[in-house]
Ligand binder design. Structure first.
Ligand SMILES: Cc1cc2nc3c(=O)[nH]c(=O)nc-3n(C[C@H](O)[C@H](O)[C@H](O)COP(=O)(O)O)c2cc1C
Length: 193
């Protein structure tokens, strides 16, 4: 492996599942693509998104204190590119890209109709993390297409590789928890200690 102190872009951990962040404040609705997001806690259920202050979404989330996190099938990747390359400051993305939304049940932020799953989140905390703001949302509702899960995800999701490249999963799967082998390793480790 090569060692470097700095990279121009820290994309080596990609692919990342692409989320579409939807938000609404008064009459204004907007959405953007996000690759930087993560589950934070089971109980309470918390979900975090990292958004640059340059984004219009940033300001709408700050004032509305709500957002939804929506996940896309691979054949919808174009939507991520559309809403991830244009700003709600310049255009009304919902009209321009003819995006179908429906109202959230427990938040005013809308949900993407074509998403295979979506979390409704209420903002409970945020902090500046370098050049982004990390928003912590409490999940107050979940939408999902039951056909997309059996019980694990069974449809091709949109994943981001960086540099405007998208990829999906080939669904090679393995269940890896061999209790017997783990015990063997542990017993060797304890004996050798
Ligand atoms: C695939 C993809 C992932 C992105 N991930 C993020 C992200 O995690 N955080 C962020 O602040 N911007 C991210 N962006 C950039 C925003 O989506 C983009 O700047 C968008 O135009 C912001 O729209 P807005 O100004 O309407 O909020 C991403 C863009 C793409 C295409």
């Amino acid at each position: 492996m090569i060692f470097v102190e700095n990279l121009e872009k820290y994309n080596l951990h990609y692919p990342a599942n692409v989320a579409i962040i939807c938000c609404r404040y008064e009459e204004r609705t907007n959405l953007m693509a996000a690759a930087w997001h993560t589950q934070l806690s089971h109980d309470p259920p918390l979900y975090g998104i990292s958004v640059s202050p340059k984004r219009f979404t940033h300001d709408l989330v700050l004032v509305s204190k709500e957002f939804t996190v929506n996940f896309l099938r691979f054949d919808q990747s174009r939507l991520a590119a559309f809403v991830g390359k244009t700003s709600g400051r310049d255009i009304d993305k919902i009209n321009v890209f003819e995006i179908d939304l429906f109202d959230g049940k427990n938040v005013k932020a809308p949900v993407l109709k074509s998403a295979y799953a979506a979390y409704e989140c209420k903002l409970i905390d945020f902090r500046k993390t370098g050049d982004h703001t990390f928003f912590v949302g409490k999940i107050v509702g979940v939408h999902y297409d039951p056909n997309a899960f059996s019980p694990f995800l069974n449809i091709a999701p949109t994943l981001y590789l960086g540099s405007d490249m998208y990829v999906t999963s080939d669904f090679s799967t393995k269940r890896l928890h061999d209790e017997r082998q783990v015990k063997e390793y542990l017993s060797k480790w304890v004996q050798g200690d």
